[in-house]
Design a protein around this ligand. Structure first.
Ligand SMILES: NC(=O)c1ccc[n+]([C@@H]2O[C@H](COP(=O)([O-])OP(=O)(O)OC[C@H]3O[C@@H](n4cnc5c(N)ncnc54)[C@H](O)[C@@H]3O)[C@@H](O)[C@H]2O)c1
Length: 355
């Protein structure tokens, strides 16, 4: 069975059925107690495969929170801290996150704050969590109705990405999670994009997952606290966050990856207009692919002022400036681009017309 160790510190391993490696790793860590955090779905679908391993650790207990991004809140962080305190946890206690990006962010935040930081192991169970949330040391909670308003930078001790978990991931979650894999491919150039396209309909392989994780890791290791190059990972995200705000405002649900796919569509067009690409070169193939594989999002021309406004209040911006990562025609990303309102509007209108 293929297993790849992609990094030593933090230790990051990708493969299928990693029970033996996890047990060895945690026995060497020798924690005084172990708390596993999952949501109701990951408890139902993922926990049992590792139950024997979890039960073999000293003083281990499992905490379950409701699934869904609204659970990524301060109340659940307090719930975890209360359980740790009640269990006499020490700085040698270990927290294990078993879940998608929501659980990884919540548990990582809780671990980074409790006693100024206790050991943390992430076991991502969704594609998005494996290639994105579990890599790079960002933790986050939603607060005051704003996503990820609270957070810390804190790497886990280890990441165990068991692809076997993906067998129970709902199709829409898996499909939308691939939007972040697409973003990583685009940032590595045209040949990676071609490779990604040819493998899109197959189950994610160990090598494709680890390649995507490795790419994110290389960027986040170069700029852990996002003061420069890490910003390229926001490709597609200025538009995606604006569309997510619109859906939130309308009380409609939207998977993050589907928003990212639409964001990549819109921002590929903004790139062409902003850099004034020669007529024979464009990202039309990318847009066709996104149109074929990801849901078309539901907004109308009258929503564009809302989107423009949301783009200018994106928390990553300097006040008032709409900041984008755009792609040059050789796929090299350029951070800190400020396209005009007219240009962004044109791209949104073309999305509505062509996507
Ligand atoms: N920290 C970071 O750098 C970072 C990066 C990207 C995203 N995120 C965060 O990640 C979150 C999104 O992650 P997500 O898409 O994994 O969402 P999620 O954790 O909410 O999981 C999506 C759904 O799939 C279910 N699920 C997960 N794994 C499963 C499995 N193996 N089998 C069956 N069901 C399963 C979950 O219970 C949930 O219902 C957001 O909160 C986002 O802000 C963080």
């Amino acid at each position: 069975m293929q297993v790849e160790v992609i990094n030593e510190n933090p230790f990051i391993i990708v493969g299928e059925r990693l029970q033996g490696s996890l047990k060895t790793y945690i026995n060497e860590l020798n924690p005084e107690s172990v708390v596993i955090v999952c949501d109701d779905n990951t408890f139902k679908y993922c926990h049992s495969a590792y139950k024997t391993v979890f039960d073999s650790f000293e003083r281990s207990q499992t905490l379950i929170v409701n699934s869904g991004d609204t659970s990524k809140n301060l109340e659940n962080a307090v719930f975890i801290w209360e359980k740790l305190a009640a269990n006499n946890a020490s700085r040698k206690s270990l927290l294990i996150a078993l879940g998608g990006g929501m659980i990884c962010d919540l548990a990582a935040f809780a671990a980074s704050v409790f006693m100024r930081g206790i050991p943390l192991v992430l076991m991502p169970t969704s594609i998005l969590a494996m290639v994105d949330a579990a890599i790079g040391g960002k933790t986050g909670l939603n607060f005051n109705s704003i996503k990820n308003l609270l957070g810390t930078f804190r790497n886990p001790e280890a990441v165990f990405a068991d692809l076997h978990f993906l067998s129970t991931l709902p199709f829409d979650e898996a499909n939308s999670g691939k939007a972040e894999v697409l973003k990583h491919a685009l940032l590595q150039g045209e040949s990676k994009f071609e490779e990604f396209k040819s493998e899109f309909d197959k189950p994610l392989s160990v090598s494709a997952t680890s390649a995507s994780m490795r790419f994110k890791l290389s960027i986040t290791q170069a700029d852990f606290e996002e003061k420069g190059i890490r910003e390229i990972l926001n490709l597609g995200h200025t538009s995606a966050h604006a569309i997510e705000s619109l859906y939130l405002y309308r009380n409609k649900t939207l998977l993050h990856g589907n928003a990212v796919a639409a964001g990549l569509w819109i921002e590929s067009l903004i790139s062409e207009l902003f850099f004034d690409f020669p007529a024979e070169f464009n990202f039309v193939e990318l847009r066709n692919f996104i149109g074929l594989k990801f849901s078309r999002l539901d907004f109308s021309e009258s929503d564009i002022p809302f989107l423009l406004n949301a783009m200018s209040s994106d928390k990553k911006n300097k006040i008032g400036l709409r900041s984008f990562v755009l792609l040059n025609q050789d796929y090299s990303p350029k951070i800190g681009c400020h396209p005009s309102e007219e240009l962004i509007t044109t791209a949104c209108l073309r999305y509505l017309q062509d996507a």
